[in-house]
Design a protein around this ligand. Structure first.
Ligand code: ADP
Ligand code: MG
Length: 231
């Protein structure tokens, strides 16, 4: 919790109340699994991170002015190490084309998460003036707007309530191994909902938060993207 406070304070000092993947450590601090990776501010550093990861990587532009990174070509998946430096430059150029004076914090270099054996879910929070923090869980990724399959619960949630959120969505069978898929690690998913519940309960300054996608897999979960707003 102390670590989370430090992260939030140092990010707030940068002057924006909108944070993105650069605040991923906040999730780490609460035991929510995130892919290996880091945000860097030069092509050479990006290459070094990719070498550390030792495989193809995902690269994302990091800017408080860019909400939907993939909409502006700000996400490149499956980038081989030898293309990391050029990709860094490409991402920055695309961001500048989108908004010339955008604040660019750098580029995130991230381990690839296997989506074939996973389900992209969304786990979020919206602070309601009447009800307090409302947790939202549902189907994520590209399906989020199309299917609108989600459920809401007031934080903090108990283990039973978190389990209930899983039961609530229409796509629950997808998580539980429909059509010969391996069922996802439900225990870790429930634990992750509770951990986020704890985070937003501990920090009233977080008014809005979205992990989209939270990839649920048979061997655990991975928070691949993060966006949050501080008051
Ligand atoms: P944004 O939502 O701002 O466009 P995301 O970080 O969510 O950016 O990336 C967009 C999509 O790219 C994700 O929904 C996911 O399908 C894919 N993606 C992002 N990061 C990874 C990763 N580490 N491994 C595999 N796929 C990824
Ligand atoms: Mg996203």
């Amino acid at each position: 919790r102390e670590r989370a406070r430090e992260i939030l304070e140092s990010d707030a000092r940068r002057g924006s109340n909108r944070l993105g993947v650069e605040a991923m450590e906040l999730l780490d601090a609460y035991g929510i699994p995130t892919p290996q990776g880091d945000v860097v501010s030069s092509p050479v550093e990006a290459e070094a991170i990719a070498e550390e990861i030792g495989d193809d990587v995902v690269m994302k532009i990091v800017s408080p002015d860019i909400l939907h990174k993939s909409d502006i070509g700000g996400v490149e998946v499956a980038v081989p190490v030898e293309e990391v430096r050029d990709t860094y430059e490409d991402l920055v150029v695309r961001a500048r084309n989108y908004q010339e004076d955008a604040t660019i914090l750098g580029v995130q270099v991230q381990e690839m998460v296997d989506l074939d054996n996973g389900v992209e879910t969304i786990l979020g929070m919206n602070r309601d003036p009447q009800f307090g923090p409302l947790l939202l869980f549902g189907l994520g990724g590209i399906f989020v707007e199309v299917l609108e399959d989600n459920t809401v619960s007031v934080a903090p949630v108990s283990e039973t309530e978190a389990e209930g959120m899983l039961d609530d969505i229409d796509s629950a069978p997808l998580l539980r191994g429909a059509r010969g898929r391996d069922p996802v690690d439900e225990a870790t998913l429930v634990e992750t909902i509770q951990r986020l519940s704890q985070l937003v309960t501990d920090f009233p300054a977080i008014v809005e938060l979205d992990i989209n996608p939270l990839v649920a897999r048979p061997d655990g979960v991975q928070a691949v993207d993060l966006r949050l707003t501080l008051d």
